[in-house]
Design a protein around this ligand. Structure first.
Ligand SMILES: Nc1ncnc2c1ncn2[C@@H]1O[C@H](COP(=O)(O)OP(=O)(O)OP(=O)(O)O)[C@@H](O)[C@H]1O
Ligand SMILES: CC(=O)C(=O)O
Ligand SMILES: [K+]
Ligand SMILES: [Mg+2]
Length: 584
């Protein structure tokens, strides 16, 4: 039996929702003789996972296919947008076949790409290990280096059916050290005197001397201030100022890493003199952003956001550029000012990152866990994806197993139901990037299972967020569908969504089953890969839900990804309805 509830708003008048029995079951199993399936041509080297119907494209697919912009800005309709097949990657497919719906991972995983992981095979290993988003930190590497990585990820997606999204992370203009003249690190010992200076060095770096990125720092600091490298990994006391040089005594020894962040503290508080006026997006960042637009990145993560204004500015800059409107803007919460303007920043953004590395250098460390919990909660309320980042498995940069404390930290982020977890140095320059990713994956799966076993569905209702009446209806539909999914113990929620909004509303409810998100554009599919519980598929679909469901069932059944009898709830943003049915 198929049951449906429909909500209709003819002539913009809101009618009371009525429920009726929808689609006789027999219509859903109508023989699908018009579709015959064949494997997309295989090449000898790569196994392509797309299945395409050999029939001509369905009438809807040309109208629903969107015009994409190629990297150089010329509009191009991608050939796959016109096909009526389904795009999914080999890893998801195998996971669904082998372990069923329940075992699919809900928490998404982000890997920072660096020298340890920039090769094609290394990227492929990460994608196979569950990487949903590849992050590029523009603090490091050249644009050519980043372009190579972006193109490798795109090739991987095209050849293997993955939907790995690319996130570009801006450098920002906070104070940091120079790059140590090519050395990988420098050791500062207790009691040594080091010079921090705005002077630049051409070739070799004078002994115990570090260049600093911010010209005004010598004027801003005072003798007696404390200087923290990387949020306290190494500490110095400022003992003397001589022109542009600041002499500092090492009080906590440690390794100085290239371009490490610097903060100054006075009487227990962060010193924010003129550097508080530094632009959040520097001129170099704007050039990086232009590069990101040209290369078609999926997200831009903005470092050291202080207010919603900068996010709005960037969003209008992107909207005015071909292809820019497809890019999601993620606000990195890592400055003390962002905490005071938290809600308006998150509202303006398409998502947020708890950037604990720098945050822990700007507020006392013991305040970081509470800040994390608050940011995750606000994002959830406002329906924005949230990423927990930095030092999740820091010890795995050097060792093949994490500490118990690290496992507990990862568990807590999953228990808070954040959308995504991020690896930094562990994957960028660590010795065990694949093992670190495996730890994130297995800890996520274990805690998600605990949620299910404990039947810990949401006790606290989410606040209403929509204002327009059709958005309110979508929100209510998603809330109800998720509640029904939990109460009925369905196998999956199917959501048909053009721009991804409806899928994010279902994800926000964190239902106790995977969410199959069908969208007709490749870029939306990639962006959905950041959000909790969504398994994004690219599929050409129409306004007619019956034919969409028939087509989806056929395609997924022929791949062995669903089977007859599975209980599914379907919602869509074309037809405001909830349908409950067994797969025929
Ligand atoms: N593209 C890259 N090229 C070289 N090294 C990199 C690259 N990306 C990251 N790394 C290395 O990995 C380390 C951790 O990466 P991460 O992205 O956390 O950088 P970070 O410098 O701590 O800055 P942020 O606060 O932006 O995260 C860096 O300090 C750097 O040594
Ligand atoms: C990720 C990042 O920028 C930080 O933790 O500081
Ligand atoms: K950065
Ligand atoms: Mg940072």
């Amino acid at each position: 039996m198929s049951h449906s509830i429909q909500f209709s708003t003819p002539s913009r008048t809101l009618h009371l929702p009525h429920s009726r029995l929808h689609l006789p079951h027999s219509r859903l199993h109508r023989p699908l003789s018009s579709f015959s399936f064949r494997q997309f041509p295989l090449t000898s080297t790569f196994k392509h996972t797309s299945l395409r119907a050999s029939s001509s494209p369905s009438p809807d697919s040309s109208s629903s296919s969107s015009v994409l912009h190629s990297p150089n800005g010329t509009p191009a309709v991608k050939s796959e947008e016109r096909s009526s097949g389904i795009d999914v990657d080999t890893v998801t497919e195998a996971e669904l076949k082998e372990n069923g719906f329940r075992s699919t991972r809900r928490t998404k995983l982000i890997c920072t790409i660096g020298p340890a992981t920039c090769g094609f095979e290394q990227l492929e290993a990460l994608a196979e290990g569950g990487m949903n988003v590849a992050r590029l930190n523009m603090c490091h590497g050249t644009r050519d280096w980043h372009r190579n990585v972006i193109r490798s990820v795109r090739r991987l997606n095209e050849e293997k059916g993955f939907a790995v999204a690319i996130m570009m992370d801006t450098e920002g203009s906070e104070i940091h050290m120079g790059d140590l003249g090519g050395e990988a690190s420098a050791k500062a010992e207790d009691g040594e005197v080091w010079t921090f200076t705005v002077r630049a060095f051409d070739a070799s770096r004078p002994q115990r001397t570090i260049s600093v990125s911010y010209d005004g720092f010598a004027e801003d600091v005072r003798v007696g201030d404390e200087l923290l490298v990387d949020g306290g990994m190494v500490r110095f006391d400022v003992i003397e100022k001589i022109g542009p040089d600041v002499k500092c005594l090492c009080t906590d020894p440690g390794l100085l890493l290239p371009r490490a962040n610097l903060t100054f503290w006075r009487d227990g508080s962060l010193v924010r003199e003129r550097n508080a006026m530094l632009p959040t997006i520097s001129s170099k960042d704007w050039l990086d952003i232009d590069f990101g637009i040209a290369e078609g990145v999926d997200f831009i993560a903005v470092s050291f956001v202080k207010s919603a204004e900068v996010i709005n500015h960037l969003k209008s800059y992107l909207a005015a550029r071909p292809g820019g409107g497809d890019i999601g803007v993620i606000a990195k919460i890592e400055s003390i000012d962002s905490l005071t303007n938290l809600e308006e920043i998150i509202l303006a953004s398409d998502g947020a990152m708890v950037a604990r590395g720098d945050l822990g250098a700007q507020i006392p460390l013991e305040q970081v866990p509470a800040a994390q919990q608050k940011i995750v909660k606000v994002c959830r309320e406002l329906n924005k994806p949230v990423i927990v980042a930095s030092q999740l498995l820091e010890s795995m940069i050097e060792y093949p197993t994490p500490t118990r404390a690290e496992v507990a930290d990862v568990s807590e982020a999953v228990r808070q139901r954040s959308d995504a977890l991020m690896l930094s140095g562990e994957s960028a320059m660590g010795q065990f990037p694949d093992k670190a990713l495996t730890v994130l994956r297995s800890v996520s799966l274990r805690i998600e299972r605990w949620w299910r076993e404990e039947k810990r569905y949401e006790a606290t209702p989410l606040q209403a967020i929509s204002s327009a009446s059709s958005d309110k209806i979508s929100e209510e539909i998603c809330n109800s569908a998720s509640k029904m999914a939990n109460n009925l113990g369905v196998d999956a929620v199917f959501v048909y969504t053009k721009n991804g909004h409806m899928a994010s509303l279902v994800s926000r409810c964190r239902p106790d089953c995977p969410i199959f998100a069908f969208t007709n554009t490749t870029s939306v599919r990639r962006r959905l890969n950041l959000q909790w519980g969504l398994i994004p598929f690219r599929l050409s679909f129409s306004e007619d839900m019956e034919s969409n469901l028939n087509k989806t069932f056929s395609l997924l059944k022929s791949r062995g990804m669903i089977k007859s009898g599975d209980l599914v709830i379907a919602v869509s943003d074309m037809l405001q309805s909830i349908q409950v049915m067994n797969v025929p």
